[in-house]
Design a protein around this ligand. Sequence first.
Ligand code: NAP
Ligand code: G3H
Length: 502
Amino acid sequence: MIDIPESSIMKDGINYKYYINGKWEESNSGKLISVHNPYNNELVGNVQPCTKEEVDNIIKIARENIDCWRETPLNERAEVLNKAADLIVEWSKPLGYLLMKEIGKPINSAISEITRTAEIFKATADSSLQLSGETILGDAFEGFSKEKVSMTYRVPLGVILCIGPFNYPFNLTGSKIAPALLAGNTVVMKPPTQGPLTALHFGIILEKVGVPPGVFNIITGRGSEIGDYLTNHPGIDMIAFTGSSKIGKHLAKVAGMKPLLLELGGKDAAIILDDADLDNTVKAIVSGAFSYSGQRCTAVKRVLPMPGIVDKLLRKVTEETLKLSIGDPSENKNIGPLISSEQCEYVQGLIDDALKKGATLICGNKREGNIFWPTILDNVTTDMRIAWEEPFGPVLPFIRINSAEKAIEISNKSEYGLQGMIFTDNIDLAFNIAQELEVGTVQINGKSARGPDHFPFLGTKSSGLGTQGIKYSIEAMSRPKVVVMNLSERGKLVKQCFVLDK
Ligand code: NAP
Ligand code: G3H
């Protein structure tokens, strides 16, 4: 295993600092926030709750460096991202191990989260070759001539605030940092309080590959304490946020007129028609519902099966679910801890409500520590909370339907609109249903998922605002700059020359 040079990033081997202007600093708050392993409660590290004054300073530094970074040639900004990608891959095992400890993600998935981030950095660097503007001649409108020419190119927005969630704390901050830097912005990153440690390493990584001091900065602290101050701050020019719909909506109120990229919660429904390929469907549902114990925005959160397939589907999904291994993330068990005991209690509340209202328990509904056994509920009805709320835990409700129309109605009644799924051999029908679903993406014969990361990724309704994905994120983090040339005499002169030459 390669050693990451961590001496600068923390004090006493456990207390992590924050990162401003290329230096690791201790906060004047004099306080610490502990980060515990959700599996065994072991202390993994402490971060500092930064003060409002420190927020002011970090934003001031990021602003002072806007010009320097914007003027750095695009090919040099891309090169930095390429080098960062290489370093992330080199350090993927120790970073993955730390990530596994702080958020309880199975070790292989934790390492994949790190290497996936490197791929995003590389692909973002590559997309610099495709960045282009456009030229428009004015004569499409009556009264204007070809001599009025608009030239458009893209310029950075300034300082981008990147806020990530606990479930992908490295990847979903990295997927914001890379496009922000490529587009020429400076960055203030705020990692989640449950899972900040791995993401803090972006400070070392970016410094090592040559990002100048002050271009990339990290502030730590609880969203409930510094979040509003940060998002409302006049020194922030744009906010890229991934997290819950509750906080996302709140942020939209606090942020004023700042451009926002919000990737929020979901309640993705899988519509299963009678002619679906059973094996493929079962595989997609089990992995979609229970990977990382259901703590994914794109998890399969509702199954809507037709009568001809429901019994065999339920039987096979249950069989496969019972095969999932449960326990220690370091042993790569399929099901590990939920992020906190509060989250376990929330999940339990949803199950209790469903059972009280008549749902049938097929398996699960058992808890040890923060581990919740994968739970399947049948005969779920629309008066139950689990039909609508996002558990962010391993609970899969089956809501039986008897028509595609009913499936569309239940899917669309959700406050969320992240993704939807249709499993069928009838591609024409699937396409027609897809047209009706009020979601960002519809997957046909596959589980809902964000990647590959150059695909557009977005949610409607409470699931988000704006579009993520490599070229879309770069676009969101830059704006068009238009220069209009008024060449009124030039065209006539050319025509005259042409006549004279003849
Ligand atoms: P969360 O509680 O909303 O927190 C997300 C981030 O927001 C954290 O960094 C948090 O900081 C910060 N925050 C909290 N209050 C804030 C405020 N007032 N102003 C600014 N920032 C604030 O979400 P989570 O529990 O970490 O993540 C789970 C949720 O994220 C789920 O709903 C999931 O569906 C959603 N998610 C969506 C996507 C997507 O792409 N659509 C991807 C991943 C997750 P603290 O940690 O310090 O509170
Ligand atoms: O948790 C939300 C993530 O954006 C989901 O990403 O579909 O690759 O797991 P994923």
